[in-house]
Design a protein around this ligand. Structure first.
Ligand SMILES: [Zn+2]
Ligand SMILES: [Zn+2]
Length: 188
């Protein structure tokens, strides 16, 4: 039987460097204070599958920070980088209208004006009022877990003899090794 080595999915990139870059390029650095984001920024868990991202403010939100930006791991993970940038930037416009301009609007004129400016300023990604990403019919059904390093990988179906590439590289000279066999659990 084929022995497969699987690389950790790359798209779960840390969001903070991206946040800082977008903040610099499109918000004049307004969304940080002394180098810290005004709002917490994080990936969702595996269940957030109705929307690509959201911005929320309220007491206790974002580990006490008072506001947070959350991006959907299951929706954005399989999509290209530009989808992550566009979604993060969309939510950062919400944070900017709310925290900096201190105006209560959703996709109103302030939001749209800033969106148009950002879209005109670069062509790496385009921000839209609605996140237009295909919502998968269903979230992944399986989670493959590496018994050695604990890495988790979402899967639509089970794969036999799949080993964690990272651990094969680290501990077994890059060769497939049974001790790195991924174990499939139901996705939660
Ligand atoms: Zn929005
Ligand atoms: Zn591993």
């Amino acid at each position: 039987m084929a022995q497969i080595r699987i690389s950790p999915l790359v798209p779960l990139q840390p969001l903070l460097p991206l946040f800082h870059r977008l903040n610099r390029e499109h918000f004049g650095g307004a969304l940080t204070l002394e180098g810290q984001p005004l709002s917490s920024v994080r990936w969702s868990d595996g269940r957030m599958s109705r929307t690509a991202g959201y911005y929320k403010r309220g007491p206790g939100v974002g580990n006490g920070r008072g506001s947070e930006i959350v991006l959907s791991r299951p929706l954005l993970e399989p999509l290209p980088q530009e989808a992550i940038e566009s979604t993060l930037c969309h939510e950062m416009i919400h944070a900017w209208v709310d925290l900096i301009l201190q105006r209560r609007e959703s996709h109103g004129p302030l939001f749209r004006a800033r969106m148009a400016t950002i879209n005109a300023a670069q062509d790496r990604f385009q921000v839209s009022v609605r996140h237009r990403y295909p919502v998968p019919a269903r979230p992944p059904r399986w989670c493959a877990v590496c018994p050695s390093c604990g890495s988790r990988y979402p899967y639509r179906r089970r794969i036999t003899n799949a080993a964690c590439r990272r651990c094969c590289d680290l501990h077994h000279g890059g060769r497939w090794h049974a001790s790195c066999l991924l174990q499939f659990e139901a996705w939660t």
